[in-house]
Design a protein around this ligand. Structure first.
Ligand SMILES: O=C(O)CCC(=O)C(=O)O
Ligand SMILES: [Mn+2]
Length: 204
């Protein structure tokens, strides 16, 4: 179950952030959440997602009865806060891209939360990678190919791990089957944070 994944364009940087960097990032995220509170989104069918979410950046990803999309405002009406510098630095260091991400989606997995297999395909430009950071409890990340129902492989992601999905993996199906609640002491009340940095539109 934990053999290394061999999917072109999919890269895992284990322990990319040390504990101090992880704690500083959590503090940055807490500031984002104070301005743009986390919500449990519902899907088009009205089902509540188990993950709580908010965003930073020019655009935020939302889901409601009208479907999935990026929006320039939080559902409560305010602009999304700026993407924290710590995340922009990480994006720069790992991707080496001049283009900055438009969206920093922040997911919180409490006990029992998961995320079904999906593609990140609401963006207008798939030529840029999605960069994903894991903080807090371990999560079992499942990765497949670009066809629904194909073969998948799973890997446990730990606090401080960074994943890049680019190239052939940019539109690969992926999800989180479960977390090991309480496996990390980074968050005093437990849980897992996942942050994804995304370029959403072709035009800057
Ligand atoms: O939590 C994760 O590791 C993945 C999150 C994800 O796939 C997403 O937010 O689209
Ligand atoms: Mn995703």
């Amino acid at each position: 179950m934990t053999e290394p994944l061999k999917i072109a364009g999919f890269e895992i940087f284990k322990a990319q952030l040390n504990v101090k960097e992880q704690a500083a990032m959590v503090a940055d995220l807490r500031a984002v959440v104070r301005t743009a509170p986390m919500r449990h989104p519902v899907t088009r069918s009205g089902k509540q997602m188990s993950v709580k979410m908010t965003s930073a950046g020019r655009l935020g990803w939302i889901s409601d009865r009208r479907g999935y999309r990026y929006e320039a405002q939080h559902p409560d009406g305010m602009d999304w806060p700026a993407i924290p510098e710590s995340l922009l630095r990480l994006w720069q260091n790992i991707t080496n891209l001049e283009r900055q991400p438009d969206c920093c989606l922040i997911n919180f997995y409490g006990e029992g939360a998961r995320m079904g297999l999906h593609q990140d395909n609401d963006e207008g430009d798939f030529s840029f990678p999605v960069l994903s950071v894991s903080l807090g409890d371990e999560g079992l990340f499942r990765m497949g190919g670009t066809e629904r129902g194909g073969k998948t492989q799973s890997v446990w992601l730990s606090s401080g791990d960074v994943v890049v999905m680019g190239g052939a993996a940019r539109l690969a199906y992926h999800g989180v089957d479960r977390i090991r609640f309480g496996s990390s002491s980074l968050l005093p009340d437990g849980g897992r944070i996942n942050i994804t940095l995304r370029v959403v539109s072709e035009a800057v």
